[in-house]
Design a protein around this ligand. Structure first.
Ligand code: SF4
Length: 506
C-alpha cells in the first residue's frame, strides 16, 4: 500500500510523489474521467439546473432523514426484508457476522462497497473463517495486492496493466500477458466459480428508495447483479444517508451520478431490488437483510459546518478534479475515503479529530472539488473550517503560526512592506539563479522539490506605480492630439478626485 505506514499525510504524500508509476497511472485515469464528465455534462445541457435539483433533493432528504429512514425501513420490512440499524462499526460487523454464523457460511461474494471498507468487514469475516471475495475487477485486484481502494469508484486507479498482470499471474499459477481482455477474461472465469459456491452475497447501496423500500445499485460489470441474485442470502450494507424519497428523485440522481463518476450517460447495469425472491421469480435471494449504518454520520446532522457532507452521492468527481489528489493518489489520505471528500469526511466521521488534523492540508483550496460536485457540496469551505478548527484546538504548526503573524504584521503597514521587500531583494541574491529560486534549503524545500519559485523583481509594483504617471505622460506624446487631449483631461479629473496616488496601507 502506498505510504500506508507513514505517519502523516505529508510523509505519505512524499512517498507517493516519488512513485512515478503511481503518478502516471493516477494522472492518466483521472484525466480520462474528468474529460468524460465534462463532455457528458455539456452534451446533457443545462447541467447547472440539474446540479441544483440534485442538491435540493439531498438537502430535503437529509433535513427529514428520520422520517425517510423510518418510511424506508417500514416498506422494506413489508417487502420481506430484515432491516437492522447499527450505531457503530462494531455493531454493524457483529450483525453481519451473526447472520454469517447462523447461515453456517463459508464464503461471501461482495460487490463494491465503500461502507464495508469503512467497517473492515473482510478482515472480520476472515477472523471467523469466512472467505470474503471481492467481485468488482478493481476491488479484486487490490484484494489480491493486500491493499485498500485508492479511489471511490476506481479502486485500483494507482496500478497499471503490467502490475495487474503480475498479480493475476500469481493467482493463475502461470504468466498472463498484460492485455486487458486476457486479464479480465481470467478474472471473469475465476469469479464465476466463486459466485456459484457462495453462501452469502453482500452489496452496498447507491440509493435506497423510501417510498417502496427498494434499493438501487449502479455498476458496469454485472457482478453486483450476480452477487444479488445467485447466493441464497443477501446482506446489503448502507450508510444511513443513502436514502432518497422516491423513484422520481432517482431520475435526477441517475442523471447526475454516472455522468459525474465516469462520463457515462448511464452505467451498464442499474438494478432496483425490492425484497427477496418471490414465488414467481426465477432467481434472487431467499433471505435478505439490510443493515443501515450510522458510524459517525449522525455527528454531522445538525452541524452547520458539516451537515451537507451527508448529501454526498460518492461519485468520485471531486477526486478527479482535485490537483492534489491527481498527484498523490488515494492512499496518501490514510483513511477509507480519499480526495477532497475524504479530507473532510474522515475527520467528520470521528470524534477524535486530533488523529486526522493534518488531512485538510492536502488541498490547494482552489474550489475545483465544489465545481465538480454534482450536488454542490462546499468542500473547500469545509477544508478551511477544518484548518481553523485545528489551529483553534492548539494543534496548529507553531512555526506556521509565527510565520502568519509576521506576514500579517508586514502586510498591515506599507512602510514595513517596503522595508521587507528591500530586505528580500538583497537576501534573495544568495539563492537566485537565472531569475528563479531553486534552493531546497529550509522552508523552501517543500515547494522547490517539485517546482521553482520566481524571484522578487528588480522593481516592485509600488516602485513602478511611483513612476507610472511620468511613463503615461511620455506615452501620450506619441498619440493622436485629439486622443491625447481626452486622456490628459481624464488624468486631470482623476487627480482632482484624489485618485492619482496609491493609498496608505496598500
Ligand atoms: S463530494 Fe460531491 S463530487 Fe465528491 S464524491 Fe461526494 S458527491 Fe461526488
Amino acid at each position: 500500500m502506498t505510504g500506508a505506514r507513514a505517519a502523516t499525510v505529508k510523509e505519505r504524500a512524499e512517498l507517493a510523489l516519488n512513485n512515478e508509476f503511481l503518478r502516471k497511472a493516477v494522472r492518466f485515469t483521472t484525466e480520462r474521467l474528468r474529460s468524460g464528465k465534462k463532455k457528458a455534462a455539456e452534451e446533457h445541457g443545462n447541467w447547472e439546473d440539474w446540479r441544483e435539483r440534485g442538491r435540493q433533493i439531498r438537502l430535503h432528504t437529509i433535513a427529514h432523514l428520520d422520517y425517510y429512514l423510518n418510511l424506508f425501513a417500514d416498506n422494506a420490512r413489508a417487502n420481506g426484508v430484515h432491516v437492522h440499524f447499527a450505531e457503530t462499526a462494531a455493531e454493524a460487523v457483529k450483525l453481519t457476522l451473526a447472520i454469517a454464523e447462523r447461515k453456517s457460511a463459508r464464503s461471501v461474494v461482495k460487490s463494491k462497497s465503500m461502507v464495508t471498507e469503512e467497517l473492515h468487514l473482510n478482515q472480520a469475516l476472515e477472523s471467523i473463517g469466512v472467505e470474503a471475495i471481492e467481485t468488482d475487477l478493481g476491488e479484486y485486484i487490490i484484494q489480491l495486492a493486500g491493499e485498500t481502494p485508492s479511489h471511490i469508484i476506481i479502486p485500483a486507479i494507482h496500478k497499471n496493466r503490467y502490475q495487474v498482470a503480475e498479480l493475476l499471474s500469481k493467482e493463475a499459477g502461470e504468466t498472463l500477458p498484460p492485455e486487458t481482455s486476457v486479464l479480465a477474461g481470467f478474472v471473469r472465469k475465476k469469479l464465476r466459480e466463486k459466485f456459484l459456491e457462495a453462501d452469502i452475497g453482500m452489496t452496498g447501496c447507491n440509493f435506497a428508495i423510501a417510498e417502496t423500500g427498494s434499493m438501487v445499485l449502479f455498476e458496469n460489470e454485472g457482478n453486483a447483479r450476480m452477487v444479488s441474485t445467485v447466493p441464497k442470502t443477501q446482506i446489503t450494507l448502507m450508510g444511513m444517508e443513502r436514502i432518497i424519497p422516491s423513484w422520481a428523485d432517482l431520475e435526477v440522481m441517475a442523471t447526475l451520478l454516472p455522468r459525474s463518476a465516469t462520463g457515462q450517460k448511464l452505467t451498464v447495469y442499474m438494478s432496483g431490488i425490492t425484497g427477496p425472491k418471490r414465488s414467481a421469480d426465477a432467481d434472487g435471494p431467499e433471505e435478505m437483510h439490510i443493515i443501515i449504518i450510522d458510524n459517525g454520520r449522525s455527528l454531522q446532522l445538525g452541524d452547520p459546518e458539516f451537515q451537507e457532507l451527508l448529501n454526498c452521492i460518492r461519485c468520485g468527481a471531486c477526486l478527479n478534479a482535485c490537483p492534489v489528489y491527481r498527484h498523490i493518489g488515494g492512499h496518501s489520505y490514510g483513511g477509507t475515503y480519499s480526495g477532497p471528500i475524504g479530507a473532510v469526511l474522515t475527520p467528520a466521521l470521528k470524534k477524535n479529530v486530533a488523529e486526522w488534523d493534518d488531512i485538510a492540508n492536502a488541498s490547494s483550496l482552489c474550489g475545483a472539488c465544489y465545481e465538480a460536485c454534482p450536488v454542490k457540496i462546499p468542500l473547500h469551505d469545509m477544508l478551511v473550517y477544518l484548518r481553523r478548527r485545528k489551529v483553534e484546538s492548539g494543534h496548529g504548526d507553531k512555526l506556521e503560526a509565527a510565520g502568519m503573524k509576521g506576514y500579517a504584521a508586514v502586510m498591515k503597514s506599507s512602510g514595513r512592506l517596503k522595508a521587507a521587500l528591500k530586505l528580500g531583494k538583497v537576501g534573495q541574491k544568495l539563492v537566485v539563479r537565472g531569475g528563479e529560486i531553486r534552493s531546497k534549503l529550509g522552508p523552501l524545500k517543500g515547494w522547490n522539490s517539485y517546482r521553482v519559485a520566481p524571484s522578487l523583481p528588480s522593481q516592485t509594483f509600488r516602485e513602478r506605480w511611483d513612476t507610472l504617471d511620468q511613463e503615461i505622460r511620455e506615452g501620450l506624446k506619441e498619440l493622436d492630439p485629439a486622443v491625447r487631449s481626452r486622456m490628459e483631461d481624464m488624468i486631470k479629473r482623476r487627480a482632482e478626485k484624489g485618485g492619482s496616488g496609491h493609498g496608505g496601507n496598500g
